[in-house]
Design a binder for this molecule. Structure first.
Ligand code: G5P
Ligand code: MG
Length: 245
């Protein structure tokens, strides 16, 4: 890495539910990188009923990857115009073709790989709740919202498996939280299989470039200090305080 480098470009990888969004939020807070999540962007398109969102909704709900050219165009156009900003990509690239498309535009300094057992992941995803507009994630056991909505009425709804009823309110906006359509156990299985088949080769791709750093564990709170120490070593020349990048 050159001494004059002023921007830091990182990718966070890991299976669905490995904690990419959770760790990204901590990285943003500690290091001020701009967070770009492919999944959040796609869900925002679905929510806003854009042409892209309408076209991709069923694909995403079923846990399938969207086509490489569609997601590459979306992400690379978001990177255009922020060439002088340090960023963290979450959820992209997810295939070798996507990694090559990114490489054609810029070099990645570090790839943070969260290695979490699939059994742990399955348990987490059934109790995940999200605030769709911001992408903030909660978990009934791990990081519950400050305002839970567990009135008797909601609990009664839960008994009938009406999972779409809100289980709490977003800490920042007070808006209701929802469960993702792709978090059903069957869809999670499909996403994990696709991850093994299509995304694990991307880890090899970055390993061969010497930029891959793997963090293994079952708890984000135990993984996080290692990620934080790694980034503290890696971003020496860059202003770490928020807003100064
Ligand atoms: P996404 O949105 O990129 P995934 O499947 O890669 O989705 P996901 O599900 O968002 O990843 P995550 O961000 O890795 O998971 O994990 P998270 O949300 O932070 O944590 C999961 C849960 O565990 C949360 O409830 C959290 O609170 C909890 N948790 C965290 N740590 C702990 C802990 O230590 N203990 C406990 N108990 N809980 C914890 O992609 C979605 C879809 O978009 C399309 C695809 O269709 C994809 O399926 N897509 C793409 N398609 C093609 N190419 C791409 N590049 C695409 N990107 C997105
Ligand atoms: Mg995520």
């Amino acid at each position: 890495m050159m001494g004059l480098q002023t921007v830091f470009r990182a990718v966070i990888m890991g299976a669905p539910g490995s904690g990419k969004g959770t760790v990204s939020a901590r990285i943003v807070q500690s290091f001020g990188l701009k967070h770009l999540s492919s999944g959040d962007m796609l869900r925002a398109n679905i929510e806003a009923k854009t042409d892209l969102g309408l076209l991709m909704k069923s694909c995403i709900d079923q846990g399938q990857l969207v086509p490489d050219d569609v997601i590459s165009r979306l992400i690379l156009s978001s990177l255009r115009g922020i060439e002088r900003t340090s960023w963290l990509l979450d959820g992209f690239p997810r295939t070798v073709a996507q990694a090559e498309a990114l490489d054609a535009v810029c070099d990645v300094d570090s790839v943070i790989n969260l290695d979490v057992p699939f059994l742990t992941i399955r348990e987490r995803l059934t109790s995940r709740w999200v605030h769709l507009p911001s992408g903030r994630v909660y978990n009934v056991d791990f990081n519950p919202p400050k305002k839970p909505l567990c009135s008797d009425v909601v609990c009664a709804y839960r008994a009938y498996s009406l999972v779409s009823c809100a289980q709490g309110l977003d800490d920042v906006t007070g808006e209701p939280l929802v469960q993702r359509d792709d978090d059903s156990p069957e869809t999670v299985s499909r996403r994990l299989k696709d991850y093994e088949r299509q995304t694990q080769p991307v880890l090899e791709y970055y390993r061969s470039k010497g930029v891959l750093e793997t963090f293994t564990g079952t708890e984000t709170n135990k993984i996080w200090p290692h990620v934080q120490a790694f980034l503290t070593r890696k971003i020496p020349g860059i202003q770490q305080a928020m807003g100064k990048a």
